[in-house]
Write a protein of this length. Structure first.
Length: 152
């Protein structure tokens, strides 16, 4: 069952790039831009992460913390963070449980081949842990995602 606007986000989000457990309650009083992306160091995912990096201070001023989620390992996330000077954490959802919970682990198709993958989606979660807005796969503008989050 996919998470929808008005639903409560799960308490345990997963492990970050350092193996630390990320809990929603640790962010109490802060809004969260939780963005799901397919793969570290690919063109679209890098553009999205860099947009969020470049807009990070404005997002923080608006009360948001940013966290990314992909199937990549913690080691891959650490390299991605260093390579692109990302100021936020990335969750290593290697078993895709969080992606499945949010409904973004979906069947995709490319050149007639079907496979499972991540639907690029951002969930904006309020200070109480409730999803207020979802920016879906067809809406995400990777090169301008921070502005997209800030401009309702």
């Amino acid at each position: 069952m996919a998470i929808e606007v008005g639903d409560r986000a799960p308490e345990i989000l997963g492990l970050d790039q350092h193996g630390n457990e990320i809990r929603l309650s640790d962010l109490k009083g802060t809004k969260l831009a939780l963005y799901f992306y397919p793969k570290d160091n690919t063109s679209g995912c890098t553009a999205e992460a860099c947009s969020l990096r470049d807009g990070y201070e404005d997002l923080r001023k608006a009360g948001y913390e940013v966290m990314g989620v992909s199937k990549d390992s913690a080691k891959s996330h650490r390299k991605f963070i260093v390579d692109h000077a990302l100021p936020f954490s990335l969750i290593a959802d290697t078993d895709t449980k969080l992606q499945e919970h949010f409904g973004v682990w979906i069947e995709k198709s490319m050149y007639g081949r079907r496979y499972m993958g991540t639907a690029r989606t951002t969930f904006l979660i309020n200070e109480e842990g409730i999803v207020e807005r979802i920016i879906g796969p067809k809406e995400v503008k990777t090169k301008d995602h921070a502005t997209q989050i800030l401009n309702r």
